[in-house]
Design a protein around this ligand. Sequence first.
Ligand SMILES: Cc1ncc(COP(=O)(O)O)c(C=O)c1O
Length: 428
Amino acid sequence: MPKEPYDFAAWTQFIPESEIRRLLKYNVPYYFGGGKPGALPLETLAKILIELGNDQLTEIKKGNEARPIDDWNYGATMGKAFLRKTLAKRLIEKDGIQLDAEHPENDVTITTGSQQALYAIIDTCIDKDDVILTTSPAYLGFLMPAVKLGARIVTVPTDLQGGIPEYFEEAIKVCKKELGKKPEMIYVVPDSDNPKGTTIPKKRREALFEIAQEHHVMIVEDAAYREIQFKGPHEPPIKSMDTENKYVAYLRTSSKEAAVVRIGYNVFPPRVREHVNKDKGYLDLASPTIVQRILDIYYRKYIDKVLPDALKTYQKRASVMGKAIDETFPRGKRTDPTGGFFIWWESDDRTFDAKQFLETVALPNDIIFVPGVAFYPLMGLSYRPEKKNLVPVERALNTMRISYSYTTSDVIDTGVRKLGGLLKDALS
Ligand SMILES: Cc1ncc(COP(=O)(O)O)c(C=O)c1O
């Protein structure tokens, strides 16, 4: 390629394209790649568009153009009050989140997807070399921006119940001693996390909140799959324990529970909210108003009618995938999600390279999954509980994230069994 007569920023040299974005380019029949929602409320969404269009036509015919003009215009950076009110009510009633008694909507901020909230919160709270603690593995859409924005990531081991509070606490102490810095932030996905699909139980959530209070560290609680819970107990959000709105930044999204219309909704401590909004003002000025109208109708009138059906579909898909893995995969361990979109599988053969297997075997056979390596930071450190020390970041290459959200049960059954056969051939 010819060299341009100008320079690019340094990050372009070391941050690769997101592995999931890269894999989205492949259009294969056995798609177990990105966390794309497949059980969408299509009829409801179509009805909402008609309702919205008819309302606008009525207003226009009456000569009242103000509202339609507003709907197709720039809105407030923190989001439109009508949607923030609707969502605030839901967060209070369904999840026990405490919001301002008089104007709860003032505590809710809209972003363009929770991805923007993640980016803006790192941008707002992290200076170069500041430390962030997170799980090993973790959502790559958090890890990459954090590395890009100069954070030092320290990963902490997980088990089948997600993040382990004791290890987070020990890691905070070790960071202070070895790096001379207290971590600024703990990032967790407590409800059916991405990539493992595990859920943090209540006791651990309480312990994490206590750690945040004691060590003055902010928890970024990414609850992207909060509404996608199909079995097991609904654990309280860590945010519901943060009654003074001080320690937890709570991130939700419409992407998994409504449709991918790029709207996130968040409850941030006041000063965080102020700075994140300032940042958002420069990132995109505001999120689209018309989309906020669509979602307002969805959350007010439809979500509780249509979501139960979607949950049944996801539950069926998860169980078909789990069964096919159990019956056809070589020796390994998998998670058993009670919600969310993913199963995580780890081969007992530690020399297995899932990324290489994807490129050379799975893709040519029309199958996509995401190799586990994508969910470990590009650079950073890992906390080792056995020795209570930090080591260069550890990655488990023998792992894969297999998504059941997008394809139908039949396709999952055929594709995962085919994948199992290929894995057995490769690993025997
Ligand atoms: C854990 C997690 N957080 C955030 C996001 C980003 O979601 P959004 O579509 O709201 O930007 C995703 C998307 O897959 C996710 O899995």
